[in-house]
Design a protein around this ligand. Structure first.
Ligand SMILES: CC(C)(COP(=O)(O)OP(=O)(O)OC[C@H]1O[C@@H](n2cnc3c(N)ncnc32)[C@H](O)[C@@H]1OP(=O)(O)O)[C@@H](O)C(=O)NCCC(=O)NCCS
Length: 180
């Protein structure tokens, strides 16, 4: 099992047709506050933290760790993609795998940006850590997230109950290398 922490971070910015994926910077702080304090973004994530606490506690450069991509549209942050090791305690089927998470500002929903950005982040992962399965947990009630997971090639491993809601654990098997 390779560790995302061993990856040189941030990588060179990744460009997609409409977006750039990059490490976070001080200029993103206001967008991070908006993202983390948004009740809409946290509808299926247990609710937001209080904005004044986020303002107080968020570092000057927020969320700068290997696997945390800022998604940038025309020079401004619209969302965050998180690739990190699934916590050992959560589900045995997921333990130790890379876990994909995504949070986008509501004004950026409904344009296919999350799908475009997540696909690019997964391609990046296939390059830097080849052969890694990726898991994803989302509430089954989070229909946008469920549709996104399916689009990205995740299939159901199991449903389970946690945090007072039904959760869906999906798996994206490792990419099969092309024959030489
Ligand atoms: C989950 C979340 C990222 C999904 O965002 P999204 O914008 O709906 O997802 P996509 O990028 O897949 O966009 C899909 C929509 O864009 C539409 N779209 C518009 N233009 C498009 C284009 N050029 N290309 C592709 N899709 C396009 C699609 O038709 C689709 O609409 P539909 O869902 O009504 O069918 C977003 O709702 C979110 O951030 N939620 C809060 C955080 C959260 O719950 N995260 C999950 C836990 S990990």
């Amino acid at each position: 099992m390779s560790d995302l922490g061993s990856i040189a971070w941030p990588p060179a910015p990744i460009e997609t047709a409409r977006l750039v994926l990059r490490g976070s910077a001080a200029q993103d702080r206001a967008a991070f506050v908006e993202l983390l304090a948004s009740p809409e973004v946290h509808t299926y994530l247990g609710g937001p933290r209080p904005r004044d606490r986020i303002e107080r506690e968020l570092p000057v450069v927020p969320e700068r760790w290997p696997g945390s991509f800022v998604v940038d549209l025309d020079g401004a942050m619209i969302g965050q993609i998180l690739l990190r090791r699934a916590p050992e305690h959560l589900r045995p089927a997921a333990a130790g795998s890379v876990d994909l998470g995504y949070l986008f500002l509501p004004r950026a929903w409904g344009h296919g940006y999350a799908a475009e950005a997540c696909a690019a982040a997964l391609d990046w992962l296939d390059d830097v850590l080849p052969g890694e399965p990726v898991v994803l947990t989302t509430q089954t009630a989070n229909s946008g997230s469920m549709r996104l997971a399916a689009k990205l090639g995740f299939t159901e491993v199991e449903r389970f109950r946690a945090w007072d809601a039904e959760q869906w654990l999906g798996l994206r098997p490792p990419a099969t290398p092309l024959p030489a």
